[in-house]
Design a protein around this ligand. Structure first.
Ligand SMILES: Cc1cc2nc3c(=O)[nH]c(=O)nc-3n(C[C@H](O)[C@H](O)[C@H](O)COP(=O)(O)OP(=O)(O)OC[C@H]3O[C@@H](n4cnc5c(N)ncnc54)[C@H](O)[C@@H]3O)c2cc1C
Length: 436
């Protein structure tokens, strides 16, 4: 494709961050005639949609997939049109009280795993409460934040809360759930309409792994003559023209908002396949991990003859980020995987590698919204800087949300919108909900 000739009336834009948000925005800016340059602080493009090379396989940074509805988003729709995505049946398993429940859950196996008393109590609670499609819209981040615990209990009842939601929240966030905001439940845990969670379905996945999205966008940008710099961490000031900031919000203004991290442990298992399950979900305390995925089940391109790679996700929660799981803790981790029924007993990894991602889950304690609003107000006074993406807006969001936000930002700039107006309206993105 020919390089675009920038429109002389468009100011030069600097895109900070070469993750999915940054590259999507750069592509749309370039097409709209803005001169654009991308700077990425680390040595590789991709951010959370990047990859780690393990046993010759481009491994995602934790289990990623695209919800088919997300392929309607800008940029992703174009990539879908170009035939980038495989369609895969969802083959997840939720580990609950010694049962492996198909996930998205089916009623009968879920009831069996909960046990008759809990299943009846949950069914009765839902029947009394009513499965209302607007559950989340009610009490929508108004002045009263009832907290995660109260919010979820009201919706699914105490039995399901204790069996699944409480241990999950404690594992990921490392805070007593009554100290967490109800926003966590809205963004992360689907409590809107339990029946929706019972629909199976499929997901979309790039043949070469999630990082193929990044490679493809980078190729499109280079073909248009857009400069992509890596190893180039920048400060927000000093650029003449709009700065589109997908780096962390606290890189723009000091704030108390913080993230929880995630340790990824990649294990090479000497079997051609462990099972047909793509992702195991493990909310219970007895397992260090919250999720385990088998990469070869996402795409045949991620398989290797005679071995298969598991990605074990261990949320930071209350644990110290420095814990090493590939040394002395490895036998215990392998034993837990066997107890969970993920690894056959007696099978040991032939290689293991660990990575810690420090900024994965934005931590939303009760009262966080006021802190966020204050930070945005200060950003709005800071000149020609436009925060966007998961880090810039301190969001818990999916790739398709990132694409929508990037497109809205480019549209805002095309219309000559100011940074103050952008930051002032950014709270509309706070209601985005993660689709797992
Ligand atoms: C474990 C896990 C599972 C996920 N699963 C899914 C899923 O199944 N489906 C889905 O749709 N989404 C999923 N996501 C979410 C998705 O990965 C993110 O929403 C998306 O990748 C965020 O992109 P981003 O560009 O906004 O942010 P990031 O990827 O965080 O990119 C920000 C970039 O900015 C760079 N940067 C920061 N500061 C500076 C600076 N000062 N100068 C220059 N560069 C800087 C960083 O190095 C980084 O590359 C998952 C995420 C994780 C971690």
């Amino acid at each position: 494709m020919l390089a675009a000739s920038p429109n002389p009336r468009r100011p030069p834009c600097l895109v900070v961050g070469g993750g999915f948000s940054g590259l999507s925005a750069a592509l749309l800016l370039s097409r709209a005639g803005f001169p654009v340059e991308v700077v990425e602080g680390s040595s590789e493009l991709g951010g959370l949609a990047g990859r780690v090379e393990f046993r010759g396989i481009a491994c995602d940074l934790g289990s990623h997939r695209l919800h088919p509805a997300g392929l309607r988003a800008p940029v992703l729709a174009e990539l879908a049109e170009e035939g980038m995505f495989l369609r895969r049946p969802r083959r997840g398993r939720l580990l609950l009280r010694g049962h492996a429940v198909p996930y998205p859950p089916r009623l009968l196996p879920l009831a069996r795993a909960l046990g008759p008393r809990r299943a009846l109590a949950t069914a009765a609670h839902l029947a009394l409460r009513g499965v209302h499609p607007k559950w989340e819209a009610e009490e929508n981040d108004g002045p009263e934040d009832v907290g995660f615990e109260e919010f979820v209990r009201r919706r699914v009842g105490p039995a399901a809360y204790e069996a699944f939601y409480r241990p999950y929240a404690e594992k990921v966030w490392g805070l007593p759930p009554d100290q967490l905001s109800q926003s966590v439940a809205k963004k992360r845990v689907s409590t809107s309409n339990p029946l929706r969670a019972l629909q199976g379905g499929e997901f979309a996945y790039p043949r070469g792994g999630i990082s193929e999205l990044i490679q493809t966008l980078a190729d499109k940008l280079r073909a248009r003559g857009v400069v992509l710099r890596t190893d180039c961490a920048v400060e927000p000031g000093g650029h003449k023209g709009p700065v589109l900031w997908s780096g962390p919000l606290d890189g723009l203004v000091p704030t108390e908002l913080e993230h929880r991290g995630l340790t990824l442990v990649f294990l090479a298992i000497p079997l051609s396949r462990v099972s047909s399950v793509d992702t195991w979900y493990a909310p219970e305390e007895r397992f260090w991990f919250g999720r385990v995925s088998e990469l070869g089940n996402f795409s045949p391109a991620l398989r290797r003859v005679g071995e298969t790679v598991l990605c074990v996700e261990i949320p930071q929660g209350g644990a110290r980020p420095g814990l090493q799981y590939t040394g002395d803790r490895l036998p215990e981790l392998v034993a837990q995987l066997a107890t969970a029924g993920i690894l056959p007993g007696g099978v040991h990894p032939i290689a293991a590698e660990q990575l810690f991602l420090p900024r994965v889950y934005p931590l939303y304690p009760r009262g966080w919204r006021a802190v966020w609003t204050d930070a945005m107000e200060r950003v709005a006074q800071g000149g020609d800087v436009f925060p966007f993406g998961r880090q810039g807006l301190f969001l818990h969001c999916n790739l398709d949300h990132c694409a929508v936000i990037a497109a809205q930002l480019v549209d805002h700039l095309e219309r000559g919108g100011t940074a103050a107006a952008w930051a002032g309206g950014a709270d509309r993105f706070l209601g985005l909900r993660v689709r797992d």
